[in-house]
Write a protein that binds this ligand. Structure first.
Ligand code: BGP
Length: 472
């Protein structure tokens, strides 16, 4: 049997993308509440004010999870529901909401897997000291995390400290696509470094308090290929890895930054100050992690990019296939299309073998158990006249990725959980409500928010019931 009997078949979400009730229950505003209300920042001005209204309908959603037989549900806590101002007075209503959610999951035999930070920083902290730019955020984050451990740690045994710190800092401080919308490489590296410190300090705080659950963070992981066997492309891949995936993974899971990357950023004059004391803390935090969390969507094909080559020119957020332009870092590397793969309507490469390849790299480099905290296909879905969604493309995508997990496990990878993105359809940060990922369709168009099970719902139910033996 490839999957162990306690394997966690799951599905994931994030507070801002599903909860709604953005001004209810004593919640304070987050940087996303502000950003999504600024003109031109999100696809057609979509925002999470209502989203799936999960805040009011979580019992209905959990009933569907129960019907499916889901083993774990990964969700995030909105910092602004616990501490509306980021620090100071706690909000009893927010704590009560997550208590009710966790209790309902447990009553239905679903393991709660909790993300502490999925991008919705309290706006108060952005206003007070520029959020992630300031070292102050580290201790404020740790205090918030400790409060969550105190409130929920008796029942929550799986903690993901950070979700994709590499994405929210690069999109927020280089690509101008997420709040605060800057383009400043030094700031990107500095804010990322602060996430590493917040992660390490939180992991240490959790263990020092004697909690016995598992803790780690989730990195958006794109394993890479060189576009050819030419030395310049191989070098481009090396540099992509050293300033990309390995920069993120080594800092979280080894407690160091890769040398090649440090050299490159130092020469460029953008390397943040990293003290010996910080390195000690990073290493201590890394050594205490129980698992590596990865969100896997696609691989990267990397090629040489001359000094006067392409820079960052945007992402396909329209869902018009083939509109993604070439992106890169001049003098370092650029992303090119992988002709051996198919692409989604948002031009994301579909590469199940890349997942296996990546899992085996992680096993070799870090030798920790792995949680796949996100994997899924964003697609246009159609509700047919008989009130169904025949999403065979999603079933195919997930089946192939589960097969890749199976192959990796057979090769010695210790995989603890596989969470699809996502359980219900939800808000995509930059792509609105049309890019759907769920097993459960939500009627955003009419505003009824009615839930409808897609074909993939029944399929995943059978995967779980057979513990991965029946992939259909
Ligand atoms: C990850 C995020 C998720 C989710 C997912 C799909 O990066 O952690 O929150 O949004 O990607 O991305 P998108 O919504 O852009 O298609």
């Amino acid at each position: 049997m490839t999957f162990s009997s306690d394997f966690l078949w799951g599905s994931a979400s994030a507070a801002y993308q599903i909860e709604g009730a953005f001004e209810e229950g004593g919640k304070g505003p987050s940087i996303w509440d502000e950003w999504a209300h600024l003109p031109g920042k999100t696809f057609e001005g979509t925002n999470g004010d209502v989203a799936c209204d999960h805040y009011h309908r979580f019992n209905e959603d959990i009933a569907l999870m129960k019907e499916m037989g889901l083993k774990t549900y990964r969700f995030s806590i909105a910092w602004t529901r616990i501490f509306p101002e980021g620090t100071g007075a706690e909000n009893a209503e927010g704590i009560a909401f997550y208590n009710a959610l966790i209790d309902a999951l447990l009553a239905n035999e679903i393991v709660p897997m909790v993300t502490l930070y999925h991008w919705d920083l309290p706006k108060a902290l952005q206003d007070r000291y520029q959020g992630w730019e300031s070292l102050e955020v580290v201790d404020d984050f740790v205090q918030y995390a400790i409060k969550c451990f105190e409130c929920f740690g008796d029942r929550v045994k799986h903690w993901i400290v950070m979700n994709e710190p590499n994405i929210f800092t690069s999109l927020g401080y280089v690509m101008k696509l997420h709040p605060p919308g800057y383009q400043d490489e030094a700031l990107f590296l500095k804010t990322f470094h602060h996430t590493v410190l917040a992660h390490a300090k939180t992991v240490i705080a959790y263990k020092e308090r004697g909690y016995t659950g598992m803790i780690g963070s989730s990195i958006a992981y794109s394993p890479s290929y060189a576009a050819s066997e030419k030395a310049e492309d191989l070098y481009a891949k090396e540099m992509f890895d050293a300033t990309g995936p390995l920069w993120y993974l080594d800092s979280y899971y080894k407690g160091t930054y890769p040398e090649k990357g440090v050299h490159y950023y130092t020469k460029k004059g953008v390397m943040p100050t990293v003290t010996d004391e910080e390195i000690q803390m990073m290493k201590k935090g890394a050594a205490l992690c129980d698992f590596i969390g990865i969100n896997y969507y696609q691989t990267a094909m990397v090629a040489h990019n001359p000094e006067d080559g392409v820079g960052f020119s945007g992402m396909n957020t329209t869902g018009k296939k083939g509109t993604q332009s070439e992106n890169g870092v001049p003098g370092l590397y650029k992303h090119v299309r992988n002709e051996s793969l198919e692409y989604t309507d948002w031009d994301w490469a579909i590469d199940p073998d890349g997942l296996r390849y990546g899992l085996e790299i992680l096993k070799e480099r870090y030798d920790l158990p792995i949680i796949i905290s996100e994997n899924g296909l964003g697609a246009y879905d159609v509700v047919t006249e008989d009130e169904a969604v025949h999403d065979d493309y999603r079933i195919r995508f997930l089946r192939q990725h589960i097969e890749a997990c199976e192959a990796a496990i057979d090769n010695g990878v210790e995989l603890l959980a596989y969470c699809t993105w996502s359980f219900t359809d939800l808000l995509s940060w930059l792509n609105g409500f049309k890019k759907r990922y769920g097993f459960v369709h939500i009627d955003f168009e009419s505003g009824s928010l009615k839930r409808l099970k897609k074909d993939s719902f029944e399929w995943y139910k059978q995967v779980i019931a057979s513990n991965g033996r029946n992939l259909g």
